[in-house]
Design a protein around this ligand. Structure first.
Ligand code: ZN
Length: 203
């Protein structure tokens, strides 16, 4: 399986990164080895001194597809969950300065913790899904899909023009404003609505 991630899909987050709002989705990939599941702890990697949290809604692809039309895209995912797109911001900044690829900063081992998924039928309105991240009990990021620059359907359509989507693939749909560093000892909890779906420690 593969993990497709979307950069800068919320305007307020683009602003906090001093980056332009994109005119088409920004795509990057993480490998399967980036997954971290079952609320296992995240071990702070020694290659970075600035790991940032990016809480994101995650779509689980339910069947194979390529060149999917936006109007049919909702047939290609059946579950929605929440995850963290951990980013080694110090390394990413160096990569960006030099115009180099981001993978070292984005796709490293366990950079994609994911929680429990919910059936899509639980969400009557795809453009009004509320989610947030708490660190040590304090809310640090809050998002709502009404603020997405590119909708779930548009992301699936766009991504599938480059990558064949396969059952089990995940799409991280972008982070809202409020990204920031995590520290060893932090306790992270991610929610969709008021349902806690992911909880783990930074070690
Ligand atoms: Zn992200």
């Amino acid at each position: 399986m593969k993990i497709i991630c979307i950069g800068r899909n919320y305007a307020e987050h683009a602003k906090e990164m001093n980056a332009p709002v994109p005119s088409e989705p920004i795509l990057f990939l993480k490998p399967e080895t980036a997954l971290l599941q079952k609320n296992l702890p995240f071990y702070y990697p020694e290659f970075s001194k600035e790991i940032h949290h990016e809480v994101e809604l995650v779509l689980k692809i339910s069947k194979m597809g390529r060149h999917i039309e936006p109007m049919f895209a909702n047939r290609y995912y059946d579950e929605i969950g929440i995850g963290i797109d951990f980013t080694a911001r110090d390394i990413q900044m160096k990569c960006k300065e030099k115009g180099l690829p981001w993978e070292k900063a984005k796709a490293f081992d366990h950079s994609a913790p994911i929680g429990k998924f919910l059936p899509k039928s639980r969400f009557p309105l795809m453009d009004d899904i509320d989610f947030h991240l708490n660190i040590n009990g304090k809310k640090v990021q809050h998002g709502n899909t009404k603020d997405l620059l590119f909708t779930f359907d548009n992301l699936i359509a766009y991504a599938s023009t480059f990558f064949t989507l396969k059952k089990g693939d995940l799409i991280f749909t972008g982070t809202p404003v409020g990204v920031g560093p995590v520290e060893i000892g932090d306790w992270l909890e991610a929610y969709i609505g008021n349902e806690k779906l992911l909880a783990f420690e930074i070690k």
